[in-house]
Design a protein around this ligand. Structure first.
Ligand SMILES: Nc1ncnc2c1ncn2[C@@H]1O[C@H](COP(=O)(O)OP(=O)(O)O)[C@@H](O)[C@H]1O
Ligand SMILES: O=C(O)C1=C[C@@H](OP(=O)(O)O)[C@@H](O)[C@H](O)C1
Ligand SMILES: [Mg+2]
Length: 196
């Protein structure tokens, strides 16, 4: 006999996969929202390729994000990010996890909007801070008061992340559950647009 819990999970994946079609699923949001880790699980659940734009940038430049910022500055990093994102979004379906500033850049955001369905992983300051304070891999947070910097970025960026197609609340629950909520949001969006 089939396991009813497994069957529900399977049908969630199948329905989300069908709703996505050949579009990319692009995760956006602030540092620590879970884009990289949840994105990998979403791709695994959907059975489609996963790519993280920061990892791709590090691969093509053969430098770490920290080294890139130090050697060339944020402006050059954004230009490279735009080029990499444009290339990654050409073919779908894929799950693409972006770096936190990608969707804020007008040119990159246009590529994202054209390339698929964007999902904002939205989290509150304390959740983000607890996650990012453990690592020093984020050059924008190397300031006197990194938590304040994160809050300033939130205030500046949240109105722009609002432009994403879908929003999922990121909180400290199992990452697999977060991934399933992303899949559910994709299904719901498809159902709503079909009903219109
Ligand atoms: N739902 C979650 N619950 C607990 N920790 C999480 C969750 N999602 C992500 N994390 C942790 O938070 C940190 C940042 O996650 P990451 O996926 O790198 O975020 P982003 O790519 O958005 O900056 C990682 O250590 C990750 O394991
Ligand atoms: O918010 C940002 O501008 C950045 C976020 C980082 O990625 P994560 O959001 O995956 O940490 C990385 O791209 C870079 O340090 C800049
Ligand atoms: Mg990341």
């Amino acid at each position: 006999m089939s396991d009813p819990v497994l069957t529900v999970a399977e049908s969630l994946k199948d329905r989300a996969r069908a709703a996505l079609g050949s579009r990319n699923l692009i995760l956006v949001g602030l540092m620590g929202a879970g884009k990289s880790s949840v994105g990998r699980i979403v791709a695994h659940q959907l059975g489609i390729p996963f790519v993280d734009s920061d990892a791709e940038i590090e691969k093509v430049s053969r430098m770490s994000i920290t080294e890139l910022f130090a050697a060339y500055g944020e402006e050059e990093f954004r230009a490279l990010e735009t080029r990499v994102m444009k290339r990654l979004l050409k073919n779908g379906p894929r799950v693409v996890s972006t770096g936190g500033g990608a969707f804020i850049n007008d040119r990159t955001r246009k590529h994202i909007k054209k390339g698929g369905i964007s999902v904002w992983l939205k989290a509150d300051l304390d959740v983000l801070w607890e996650r990012v304070c453990k690592r020093d891999t984020r050059p924008l947070l190397k300031t006197e008061n990194p938590k304040q910097t994160l809050e300033n970025l939130m205030n500046a960026r949240y109105p722009i992340y609002e432009l994403a197609d879908l929003t999922v609340l990121s909180r400290d629950v199992r990452k697999e559950l977060m991934a399933e909520e992303v899949l559910q949001a994709v299904i719901d969006a498809r159902t709503e647009s079909a009903a219109r």
